[in-house]
Design a protein around this ligand. Structure first.
Ligand SMILES: Cc1cc2nc3c(=O)[nH]c(=O)nc-3n(C[C@H](O)[C@H](O)[C@H](O)COP(=O)(O)OP(=O)(O)OC[C@H]3O[C@@H](n4cnc5c(N)ncnc54)[C@H](O)[C@@H]3O)c2cc1C
Length: 370
């Protein structure tokens, strides 16, 4: 049986383990920490097809969406829900941009339709604020980020798969890695998915030169009494998601100084217990602030209140997360560092969405895939 070693227990590493097992490999999966606590457990869990750029990025998102749904049926612990999303307009300018986008072929490619205000409320009755229209994407979905990794590992039970937490890799060599305890792990194929720690290992300098780290702030509330039937976004998200580059964004007007300073947009997902995961901000300059700042948090909560027409429940948790992103807009960085050793990282804010396709593409690039 062919052997593979996967380094990094986040969503990229875990999906590579799934695909390698499917391709008939015996997989040793190494994670530095006692359990994964990186970007993959800190995100919204959005399988966000709507905002993806046409071409490779949208293709990866659509393929991944199918795989998430398939595996979600066999591994219900992932919490896959095809709940769709609404991006809500609150001004005439925001409506204008969305209406224009909704009339293009780009919209139907992503199963996006423009909705009138009454249709927005019919689609998600929790929306009670001033609404001038919205974009509905029926393909957007959600998974439970704090449960998905464990559920995927559970799905591999009974296969030739072993997960080894507490194994920090410190050296890469031909078709092998060495961990901090001195143990050498050999494989016909090695896949290194160390997330934002992309520059911590010798030999990764070339890949690292094309990447940057991005820091986000997030929060979660206590359960909200009403169900959110879709994920929600506000019109500031049109500024950040590349799908919308095809229409003029000027009617959105200038972003507020606070939102611009924090590269802020509102995204919101309701968890199965009713809690609301709310974000986010983006910081690009290192060193990042070690503290969570309150101003953007208050701004996000204010936006939630206006959208739902009522104050959100008390905040129960706040956190930050850091992801790695390709500077040149590629879906991810994928390089063979030495024979049989591939590094895959840098999916940016779409890693949870696109991990299944990214993993399948690595197997193809390494010549072992379907
Ligand atoms: C706040 C936030 C919100 C986001 N929201 C979304 C979203 O809703 N939808 C979406 O599609 N994407 C989202 N993203 C992006 C997505 O979370 C990331 O792209 C994705 O999780 C990256 O996965 P990863 O496996 O590469 O990295 P990580 O999850 O960071 O995993 C890397 C793992 O490698 C381990 N590791 C590092 N070095 C070593 C070593 N030397 N040896 C062994 N193990 C090592 C780490 O401990 C870690 O567990 C969000 C990101 C953030 C931060």
């Amino acid at each position: 049986m062919r052997r593979a070693v996967v380094v990094g227990g986040g969503i990229l590493g875990t999906w590579h383990a799934v695909e390698l097992c499917r391709a008939g490999f015996a997989v040793q999966h190494l994670e530095a920490d006692a359990g994964p606590t990186g970007a993959s457990v800190r995100n919204f869990g959005l399988v966000w097809v709507s905002g993806r750029r046409s071409g490779d990025e949208l293709d990866a998102a659509l393929r991944s969406r199918r795989r998430w749904e398939e595996i979600g049926a066999s591994a219900p612990g992932i919490g896959f829900r095809p709940n769709g999303s609404l991006t809500v307009a609150g001004t005439d300018g925001e409506r204008k941009v969305m209406e224009e986008f909704g009339g293009r072929a780009d919209a139907s490619e992503r199963s996006i339709t423009f909705l009138e205000p009454d249709e927005v409320v019919a689609r998600n009755p929790a929306v009670r604020g001033d609404v001038t229209g919205g974009l509905y994407c029926s393909l957007d979905a959600v998974i439970e980020p704090r449960r998905a990794l464990g559920a995927l590992r559970g799905y591999l039970a009974g296969r030739s798969y072993e997960f080894h937490p507490g194994r920090r890799v410190v050296e890469l060599s031909e078709r092998a890695v060495v961990d901090a305890g001195g143990t050498r792990w050999d494989g016909d194929l090695v896949v290194v998915t160390t997330g934002a720690s992309f520059d911590h290992l010798p030999g990764t300098e070339k890949v690292a030169a094309g990447l940057r780290r991005v820091r986000l702030q997030m929060l979660e509330t206590e359960p909200f009494a009403r169900p959110l039937t879709t994920s929600l976004a506000d019109a500031d998200s049109l500024r950040y998601y590349p799908a919308y580059e095809v229409v003029p964004l000027d009617p959105l007007g200038a972003q507020s100084p606070l939102a611009a300073a924090h590269h802020l947009q509102l995204l919101m997902v309701q968890r199965p217990d009713g809690g609301l995961t709310i974000g986010d901000t983006h910081a690009y300059g290192e060193p990042f602030d070690f503290a969570l700042s309150e101003d953007p948090t208050l701004e996000l909560l204010d936006r939630v209140g206006r959208l739902l027409g009522t104050a959100p429940p008390p905040v129960s948790r706040r956190w930050e997360g850091v992801y790695a992103q390709c500077i040149d807009g590629r879906v991810c960085a994928r390089e063979e560092l030495s024979p049989g050793v591939w590094m895959v990282t840098g999916p940016g804010g779409r890693g949870m969405t696109c991990a299944p396709a990214i993993a399948a593409d690595t197997l193809r690039a390494a010549g072992v895939g379907a």
